[in-house]
Design a protein around this ligand. Structure first.
Ligand code: NAG
Ligand code: NAG
Length: 482
């Protein structure tokens, strides 16, 4: 009897745990309606094989990441790398993996190197999945995630993706979107990534919300030779609508973010800290609405692109025109110990798409402390107590702080980096070599990733869809590389 009773109690407790576990909050912004695995009961995979199987199968799932899944160990010891001219600092710089499928390395001196092959390509997540870390223990070490080729309805929350060959350009991307829809990336931390912390494109990424994440650029292998990571956020998808809010982007030196092609990015209430290069580079075709952000020690908040898109950055002096165009209270950005952010293309306001729900933009006086307290992994419970940005239950703006900003403010997204797409005009090399006088990143080795040079591991299994991976996909026009 007593045994039965305690068994029942234990079962009840287990049930309670399973029910409590799962996604926190609801998708808001452009990704409103994303449900991931929905009501699928939460379960923890036992090892990397089971994790991979659950991520890639056709069953809607709530996958709990309650420990570290370590994908390291697939090392090649006699692989080919090259030393790009951007690496002027030897072992504290980034060399590049020389993939057979890419001619990116061009004439750079070749080297023998060792890296983890598993990191080069992320796991291809299938539709209708929630991937949720437990506490601060959910770690993917040595492999990222890809959401592409028609996949939709995916939530990634509260996990840390780290150690993707950080020594090497083309070492791996943490999160890739390429031909997707309805994706919510929330409370994720990325660190020690070889290539992009986040990349979208070239196919459309549809409706996306990127909220409360920590993009940690601290590295011992810096393409800019200063301990900061250059390849941070790249938005190259077409027809993307992206809400980018509550994120902490720190110790980077470029592409934070770089945006191009026909997309809308609303970046609001983010905190940029200690960026030795550029934050936004908004290229051709992209509309960026940048408001209520804090830039602290950011060398170049907004890079002059040689082929610029449309950007509206809310400033105190023109706030009223934003208010009237959007029918709500817009919030000016705040910059301290930073360069300038001046962009007032009001076509962004008049063409702003519908569908970005449940957002509210708060005054910048609250942004730094709120982002530091809530962004990244292991912060879900503190977030719900403190009212983190966004994610209001049921769309009700529970945004903490709203000060003067009424409900309904919409976020914008930023992008950066110069583009090398202008054929015939060699983009000044970015990262390497340090900021050019005009704030332009200098030093990008010629040969920076050109389109065709997308580093696709030859023979790599899921190369399809990788930009530049193959000819018939229509992806050979631009480089993601620079
Ligand atoms: C995902 O879920 C939706 C809604 O239940 C369903 O219509 C769709 O077929 C699912 N997708 C896949 C790939 O299972
Ligand atoms: C900011 O970055 C610079 C350049 O890398 C570094 O010297 C400095 O220590 C950083 N400051 C902080 C507070 O991390």
């Amino acid at each position: 009897m007593a045994i039965q009773k305690s068994l029942l109690t234990a079962l009840a407790l287990l049930g309670a745990t399973a029910q409590a576990a799962g996604v926190s909050g609801k998708a808001f912004g452009f990704a409103t309606g994303t449900t991931g695995g929905g009501s699928a009961s939460a379960a923890s995979p036992s090892d990397t094989a089971e994790l991979t199987s659950w991520l890639t199968d056709s069953t809607p799932r709530t996958i709990l990441i309650d420990k570290e899944f370590n994908f390291l160990g697939s090392k090649c010891s006699d692989c080919k790398c090259c030393k790009p001219s951007s690496n002027t600092c030897g072992s504290s710089g980034q060399n590049a993996i020389d993939l057979d499928s890419s001619d990116w390395c061009g004439d750079y001196p070749t080297l023998t190197c060792t890296y983890d092959k598993a990191a080069l390509e992320g796991i291809d997540v299938a539709s209708n999945k929630s991937i949720v870390g437990v506490g601060s223990s959910g770690i993917l070490r040595g492999k990222g995630l890809r959401i592409r080729n028609g996949v939709s309805n995916v939530i990634v929350q509260n996990i840390h993706i780290t150690e993707l060959n950080p020594q090497y350009i083309w070492g791996g991307d943490a999160i890739t979107l390429d031909g997707s829809d309805l994706v919510w990336i929330d409370h994720v931390k990325t660190s020690l990534i070889g290539r992009q912390h986040f990349v979208a494109g070239y196919e459309a990424s549809g409706r996306v919300t990127i909220s409360n994440n920590e993009f940690d650029g601290q590295t011992s292998w810096s393409a800019t030779c200063d301990g900061h990571h250059y390849w941070t956020v790249l938005g190259y998808g077409k027809n993307d609508k992206v809400t980018f809010t509550g994120n902490y982007i720190h110790h980077t030196s470029g592409r934070s973010p770089k945006l191009e092609f026909n997309s809308y990015w609303h970046a609001y209430n983010n905190y940029w800290y200690n960026n030795t290069g550029h934050a936004f580079d908004v290229g051709d075709g992209t509309n960026a609405l940048i408001e209520g952000n804090v830039f602290n020690q950011v060398d170049t908040p907004f890079l002059e692109d040689s082929s610029p898109g449309q950007t509206y950055a809310v400033s105190a002096s023109d706030k009223s025109s934003c208010d009237s165009a959007l029918g709500r209270t817009c919030v000016a950005n705040t910059l301290t110990s930073s360069g300038e952010l001046s962009a007032s293309d009001s076509s962004v306001l008049s063409s702003w798409p519908k569908g970005e729900s449940g957002i509210s933009v708060v005054d910048t006086s609250r942004v730094q402390s709120s982002v530091l307290a809530n962004a990244g992994v292991g912060k879900l419970s503190s977030s719900s107590k403190r009212r983190r940005f966004n994610a209001p239950p049921q769309g009700a703006p529970n945004l903490p702080i709203h000060s003067s900003a009424g409900p309904g403010a919409a976020p914008t997204g930023p992008p950066p980096t110069w583009s090398w797409r202008t054929v015939g005009t060699k983009p000044t090399p970015p990262p390497f070599g340090g900021p050019i006088p005009g704030g332009f990143p200098s030093g990008l080795p010629s040969g920076f990733p050109t389109p065709s040079g997308f580093p696709l591991p030859s023979g790599g299994p899921q190369s399809s869809g990788f930009p530049g991976a193959h000819g018939g996909h229509g992806h050979h026009h631009h480089g993601w590389g620079n």
